[in-house]
Design a protein around this ligand. Structure first.
Ligand code: G3P
Ligand code: CA
Length: 269
């Protein structure tokens, strides 16, 4: 067996669709999670932010400029921060045409509509609270809305949900309010600092260039708040050879815009 076979035989690495299958459909739209679903991908990743009137929406950038037609619809509202627009205004925007005319009419999803689609597709969600420092209280709000969507029952929490953030305080808050939920910290703390993170993080999720076998071993050597070895998911890898390489190092998940390419490479290695 090659190293890849050995690694994948004993240790399964999961492909997570980054912002949905975002190489094939506009990121963070319902079309992007449907594209992942059509490829047979169970895990999707997203980014959650908040509108001016306090509604949660799914969007990566802090501004609407790159992934919608906001500059045409609201030319006088630069820099087009999502936090400066009401949901009613955001619902007027086209979040698909920038990617391909085929996706004209896609919307910036509301949290509720997005969760319904993930549920209907039978998918699992790696949910990122993006730039939480801009949105005080978004942790508790997101948890309340997850609960409302039926996602905080025992089986969803156990099998279908992980909440991650670049902001450690946000993850601490999520863990304090709902200690049953799995959490991930986006970044690569020093090995010396990892035990502190293990108190409230089930995962450490670094950029792939920061991943080494020693670092993975250090993460796996600690138990997280749910008394299981901590995991490591890495981002963003879209080519098969790199995916196989990091899977061989022992990562638990690969966050990718091309989840079919990564899955097929891992299965074929
Ligand atoms: O899930 C990891 C990855 O999404 C972090 O970076 O900028 O794509 O949110 P970003
Ligand atoms: Ca993200």
């Amino acid at each position: 067996a090659t190293a890849a076979q050995t690694a994948t035989d004993t240790h399964r690495t999961v492909a997570v669709a980054h912002r949905g299958a975002s190489a094939y459909a506009p990121e963070n739209t319902l079309a992007s999670i449907d594209a992942a679903h059509e490829l047979g991908i169970r895990w999707v990743e997203n980014d959650v932010q908040r509108t001016k009137d306090g509604e949660l929406v799914i969007l990566h950038d802090n501004t609407l400029a790159r992934t919608t037609n906001v500059e045409q619809v609201f030319p006088d509202r630069a820099p087009w921060n999502v936090a400066d627009f009401t949901l009613h205004e955001i619902e007027k925007l086209d979040a698909g045409s920038w990617f391909d005319p085929e996706f004209k009419g896609e919307r910036v999803p509301t949290f509720e509509d997005y969760m319904d689609e993930v549920e209907n597709n039978g998918q699992k969600l790696l949910m990122e609270l993006k730039s939480p420092e801009l949105y005080p209280g978004i942790e508790v709000q997101a948890l309340a809305e997850l609960d409302h969507a039926g996602w905080l029952n025992r089986s969803h929490v156990k099998r279908r949900l992980i909440i991650q953030s670049f902001n450690a305080d946000t993850i601490k808050t999520v863990h304090t309010v709902r200690p049953d939920i799995k959490t991930g910290f986006l970044g690569n703390p020093s090995v010396a600092d990892l035990p502190k993170y293990a108190e409230y993080c089930d995962q450490i999720n670094p950029h792939h260039k920061a991943v080494t076998s020693d670092y993975i071993a250090a993460v796996h050597g600690l138990r997280g708040p749910h008394h299981r070895p901590m995991e490591l998911y890495t981002w963003t890898i879209d080519d098969g050879p790199t995916a196989v390489k990091v899977a061989d190092l022992g990562v638990d998940g690969i966050i990718t815009n091309k989840p079919d390419v990564v899955r097929d490479a891992l299965e074929g290695s």
